[in-house]
Design a protein around this ligand. Structure first.
Ligand SMILES: Nc1nc(=O)c2c([nH]1)NC[C@@H]1CN(c3ccc(C(=O)N[C@@H](CCC(=O)O)C(=O)O)cc3)C=[N+]21
Length: 285
């Protein structure tokens, strides 16, 4: 294996120590960061994620609430809950776990979240601020990718970053953040012609397509940095990334594993966003 591993777990835990210190300082001023997570329905994967978020908050000394609603909850009831959380002074961050049941309009729900409590960074105003370069709360997974690069000492400016995947929650914001860091950015997707050839030009390759082990050594330039955003649950219960690690790690210079790469950073950035939101709402920092 040629590649060095980017240890997301270790980097995440270092950042969590920083967040912990800041949280203690904030609590000394009587402010306890508070996160509300809303889970509609009982998708097993979502349940696990939400449980992990709750644990991470509790370990950090945050106030944490999980609102578990039945799958058939009417959209208006969900909107009413968000309205209540928008006005709740103990809550600084609101996260509605996605995907939502089909009868609920995801956009209407995200639009209802107060922008300064939008710790997912999915609100259209947060998204617009990201594009303009204003300091909004950043989407957690893309922000986690940038932190992994920076804390590994990988230069982004002037590099060719290729993002495979164009979702609103990962691909597009990841591309925008890399651009903000002065990379030259190419966005590829399911209709891209010559994907292999373009991916092989990447100094930094970000893969967020939701297909287990789809990207192997053929897509990787020797020495490139490979960030695997995929979290695919295989039939045997194991977690697989979008990158074929065995193969890609023969060629890459740096690579993130799954689990233990980007995933732990996502929750860490959620904690950081909640802390930032609490400070801003109270006019600190
Ligand atoms: N509104 C909303 N915001 C989200 O941020 C959001 C969401 N909905 N829906 C689902 C996805 C998925 N997601 C993950 C977070 C952490 C890990 C994570 O910690 N993964 C660990 C392992 C976890 C395991 O073993 O199951 C790892 O990769 O090492 C994975 C996936 C957040 N999401």
């Amino acid at each position: 294996m040629a590649a060095s591993i980017i240890d997301g777990k270790q980097i995440a835990s270092a950042i969590r120590e920083e967040i912990r210190a800041e949280t203690e300082a904030l609590k000394a001023r009587g402010i306890v960061p508070g996160l509300a997570v809303v889970l509609v329905g009982d998708d097993p994967a979502s349940k696990v994620y939400v449980g992990n978020k709750e644990k991470a908050c509790q370990a950090m000394g945050f106030h944490s609430e999980v609102h578990r609603l039945p799958a058939e909850t009417p959209q208006d009831d969900l909107l009413a809950l968000i309205e209540r959380l928008n006005g709740d002074p103990a809550i600084h961050g609101i996260l509605v776990q996605l995907p939502l049941p089909k009868h609920i309009d995801e956009k209407a729900v995200i639009d209802a979240i107060r922008v300064d409590k939008d710790v997912d960074g999915f609100h259209p105003v947060s998204t617009g601020n990201l594009m303009i370069g204003d300091d909004s709360l950043l989407p957690c997974t893309p922000a986690g990718c940038i932190e992994l690069l920076k804390r590994t000492g990988i230069e982004i400016a002037g590099k060719h970053a290729v993002v495979i995947g164009r979702s609103n929650i990962v691909g597009k914001p990841a591309a925008m953040l890399l651009l903000r860091e002065h990379a030259t950015v190419t966005i590829c997707h399911s209709r891209t012609a010559n994907l292999e050839e373009i991916a092989r030009q990447a100094d930094i390759l970000v893969v967020a397509i939701g297909k287990p082990k789809a990207i192997d050594a053929r897509y990787v330039k020797p020495g490139a940095v490979v960030l695997d955003v995929g979290v695919n649950r295989l039939p045997d219960g194991k977690l697989a990334g979008d990158v074929d690690f065995e193969s890609a790690s023969e060629v890459a210079g740096w690579i993130t594993p799954v689990p233990g790469g980007v995933g732990p950073m996502t929750i860490t950035m959620l904690l950081r966003n909640t802390l930032t939101a609490a400070k801003r709402i109270h006019g600190i920092g």
